[in-house]
Design a binder for this molecule. Structure first.
Ligand SMILES: C[S@@+](CC[C@H](N)C(=O)[O-])C[C@H]1O[C@@H](n2cnc3c(N)ncnc32)[C@H](O)[C@@H]1O
Length: 209
């Protein structure tokens, strides 16, 4: 369980995007990792993108096709309106990642601060299965979570914190032998109020066979 749609619609309805603790004016590390692994013309999806500006920059830089998925219609509306009239260049999906069924494959899957809300092992298993199904062979998953020394809660909800090693172990438990680790970084996010939050960013590749 990751809070549910009602929780997230309230969160995005109550404050402007730049007041949310996870706000990034420029999602620099995500951009660096996506640019490294995404070629123009390759399909990209941002899981639990919220109102993130990642998609704006990728659109500016000529990447696409781009898909944005979030459980919250309110979050999607913020991005959608910000991008207007270019919003029709993005595929918008309102869905819960733990029960979503992809209908195409993606070269790069990006998730910043969503997987860590999955405190239930069954939800993590569902997420991992969906991610594997959605990635093309050789496709890349970029997963950013609170680090093992990061906050214990986000948006009032408990999270599971990971070091790159424990995240890799978690995916190896869920998807034995299917992924290889390509990169792992620690990152300090500064919230709009100036607080520090330790993140880890891991990059996995879906093996060809
Ligand atoms: C902490 S925010 C991060 C937003 C965005 N990734 C960013 O970096 O700005 C978590 C996001 O995950 C979304 N979310 C939570 N649970 C979800 C689920 N089960 N399926 C899809 N999205 C979910 C929320 O609506 C919210 O936008």
């Amino acid at each position: 369980m990751t809070g549910g749609q009602e929780h997230w619609n309230e969160v995005y309805g109550a404050r402007s995007e730049d007041a949310l603790t996870w706000f990034e004016a420029t999602p620099s590390l995500s951009l660096e990792l996506v640019r490294t692994h995404l070629a123009p013309g390759d399909a990209f999806i941002d899981i639990g993108a919220g109102a993130s500006r990642l998609v704006d920059v990728l659109l500016d830089e000529g990447f696409g096709p781009l898909t944005v998925l979030d459980i919250s219609a309110s979050a999607l509306a913020v991005s959608n309106q910000r991008l207007s009239p270019r919003d029709d260049e993005v595929v918008w999906i309102e869905a819960d990642i733990t029960n979503w069924q992809p209908d195409r494959s993606y070269s790069v899957w990006h998730d910043r601060a969503v997987f860590h809300f999955l405190t239930d092992a069954e939800d993590r298993a569902a997420y991992a299965r969906t991610m594997l199904e959605a990635l093309r062979p050789g496709g890349i998953a970029i997963i950013a979570t609170f680090a093992d020394d990061g906050p214990e809660k986000c948006s009032g909800l408990p999270v599971v914190r990971y070091a790159p090693e424990t995240l890799a172990q978690e995916f190896d438990r869920q998807l034995p032998g299917k992924l290889e680790t390509m990169d792992a970084r620690r990152h300090v996010h500064i919230t709009p109020k100036g607080n520090r939050q330790n993140f880890q960013y891991s990059v996995f590749r879906k093996k060809e066979t």
